[in-house]
Ligand binder design. Structure first.
Ligand SMILES: [Zn+2]
Length: 161
């Protein structure tokens, strides 16, 4: 993997990171990674040199050998940490396409229908839906560093519209 700098962070923007040296990228299908990401598996890449550039994660100690970092404000999964090594969530990178996984871990735990998602029929988009999407105001942090950013965490305590 290249030594080019990569940036990323959580959905609300309270936690941001910058990586200057990456190791191996992987997808781990173990049940813990499924739960921790609420996804099919944990897409993770070893961060050999990195720093938190805004905020810091909270942690869930998921076993006697590992902890998992996440944004305490918006819940975005950010790290898997074990034995002194830190893996960052590939999907939390600003440009996840630049940091591909190269190996499967715990492949025996894959959820079977996960292998067929790309074959599912895409939902046809309608002009009405396109118009609705165009009116949505996103509170998600953009996919690049910002000099100043006010995370909109108050929404967590207000009714969902
Ligand atoms: Zn956040």
């Amino acid at each position: 993997m290249s030594d080019q700098a990569h940036t990323g962070g959580c959905q609300c923007g309270a936690v941001r990171f910058r990586v200057t040296k990456l190791g191996r990228g992987s997808i781990c299908f173990c049940r813990m990674c499924q739960k921790a990401t609420a996804g099919l598996g944990g897409l993770l890449i070893t961060a050999e040199e990195f720093a938190w550039t805004r905020g810091a994660p909270k942690y869930f100690v998921s076993s006697d050998v590992a902890r998992r970092g996440f944004c305490g404000d918006c819940g975005t999964p950010l790290t898997f940490e074990s034995g002194g090594a830190v893996d960052l969530s590939i999907v939390a990178f600003d440009r996840p396409a630049d940091v591909p996984p190269t190996i499967q871990l715990a492949a025996e735990a894959r959820i079977p229908w996960g292998d067929h998602l790309n074959a599912l029929p895409p939902r046809p988009e309608s002009p009405a839906m396109a118009e609705r999407y165009a009116r949505v105001v996103s509170y998600q942090h953009p996919d690049h560093d910002t000099d100043a950013w006010e995370a909109r965490t108050r929404a967590a305590t207000e009714p969902h519209q």
